[in-house]
Design a protein around this ligand. Structure first.
Ligand SMILES: [Zn+2]
Length: 426
């Protein structure tokens, strides 16, 4: 009996140790690392002198557009001011998570283990964030799939199903996605069918407005801003004009002389009113920037890519489309994706943009998500980094070495005991 117990005890111990190590490396480590993140405190912004980046991974924006008061408070009418006051008094801030570029692999690229590993990591990262932070809204800024542009309907549906499983959430969480070039192809490869199946799978449309807790978000399909007058671009432009008019009606009311007022009044009566605060623009491509020279930080563009000029309509939106979006929407903040690197930039010295880095370990070694507290007058943002892969590898390696040492020690002990018994018998 004693012999069997001596034999099975170390095996049991070994299996238990392996189980514990896997539990720590594949589950617990996400909680330990992400527990260090928290929602940014929006109330700090009320007394804060500086608008913009406050640390390497935190930002704070008050209601006024950066660097200018020309197009906000100066032309806000009394109606808007009172609703703004009400908003400050009555509405709590919205807690939203932003992630980007999950790039779920299809059948063409990558090894099956790569796919399995990355998807598990993203699922754990996202599910841990739901448990720790209980967000009210989650936005995914495009390129949900890696091969959506080439996939057959069947394969696309299978990938969409995996995405929904990985990012499942309670019905209380508002979940919204933006379309990316890998989901439907770049402008020249987009088709009605690809857009429809994406829209059916993820309940998303080209240009739309979402209102949450008195904050509005404008979501656009970046590939439909090519500016060549194609059917996608024309439809997106018409929708954007409608959104712009609706925003102006809600923000500024009816201005000008009596005649104009009447005209504006009848036009505005067609629209359901939106919150008075300027919207947040969500899109896949960043707004036009010549290079990533300005992008700094630990997850900014690496030095060897920083000075490579961006291709308009490919890496970033065209200058023309950028000007249109900025002048029609007047966003208080732009959140984009696509480059897989973090970037903070201010357009025309007024509009801040944050490019959200990829959420997949396949694209970067330090993926992250954005935790944003948003009120009609302020936005506070913290970037939350997920565990780095090298940390998990170190944990596995250290555990492996410890277990191997123990096994070796155990075997040496048995051998010594056996030899000692043998000597005694002689
Ligand atoms: Zn992309």
């Amino acid at each position: 009996m004693a012999g069997i117990s001596t034999f099975f005890k170390p095996i049991l111990w070994f299996i238990t140790c392996i189980g514990v190590v896997i539990f720590i490396c594949e589950y617990l480590v996400y909680y330990v690392v992400m527990f260090q993140c928290s929602w940014p405190d929006i109330s700090v912004g009320k007394n804060y002198k500086h608008d913009g980046q406050t640390s390497d991974s935190a930002w704070l924006f008050s209601g006024k557009p950066l660097g200018s008061s020309a197009r906000g408070p100066a032309i806000v009418n009394r109606e808007t001011r009172s609703s703004k006051h009400e908003q400050e008094q009555n509405v709590e801030d919205l807690r939203a998570i932003f992630i980007a570029d999950t790039h779920l692999l299809g059948s063409r690229l990558g090894h099956w283990f790569d796919k399995l590993r990355r998807e598990w990591q993203m699922e754990r990262g996202f599910q841990t964030s739901l448990t720790l932070f209980s967000p009210e809204a989650v936005f995914v800024l495009g390129d949900l799939t890696d091969e959506g542009q080439w996939a057959s309907d069947m394969e696309f549906e299978a990938t969409a199903k995996r995405f929904r499983k990985m990012f499942h959430h309670s019905p209380d969480v508002y979940f919204k996605v933006v379309v990316g070039n890998h989901d439907v192809g770049f402008h020249d490869f987009m088709s009605k069918r690809k857009l429809e199946r994406f829209s059916d799978a993820f309940n998303s449309s080209g240009v739309e407005v979402v209102t949450l807790k008195n904050n509005s978000f404008v979501l656009v399909n970046s590939m439909a801003f090519h500016g060549d007058g194609c059917s996608f671009c024309s439809s997106a432009q018409t929708k954007l004009r409608g959104v712009s008019e609706r925003l102006n009606c809600s923000r500024f009311g009816h201005q000008g002389g009596d005649k104009q007022k009447e005209k504006g009044k009848s036009r505005c009566s067609h629209y359901r009113s939106l919150p008075a605060a300027p919207p947040i623009l969500l899109q896949h491509f960043p707004l036009y920037r010549p290079t990533d020279e300005m992008c700094s930080g630990i997850d900014g563009t690496p030095l060897d890519e920083k000075y490579i000029p961006h291709g308009q309509r490919r890496e970033v939106l065209s200058q023309k489309a950028t000007d249109k979006l900025l002048s029609w929407i007047h966003p208080r903040l732009v959140l984009s994706a696509h480059t897989h690197h973090g970037c903070y930039i201010v357009h025309q010295n007024v509009t801040p943009e944050i490019s959200v880095p990829s959420f997949s370990w396949r694209n970067r070694k330090n993926p992250s998500l954005i935790l944003a507290s948003i009120s009609p007058t302020s936005i506070a943002i913290n970037k939350c980094f997920l565990p780095e892969e090298y940390l998990i590898l170190i944990l596995y390696a250290a555990s492996g070495v410890t277990m191997a040492t123990y096994i070796l020690y155990y075997l040496v002990c048995i051998l010594c005991r056996h030899r000692w018994r043998h000597v005694k018998e002689l």
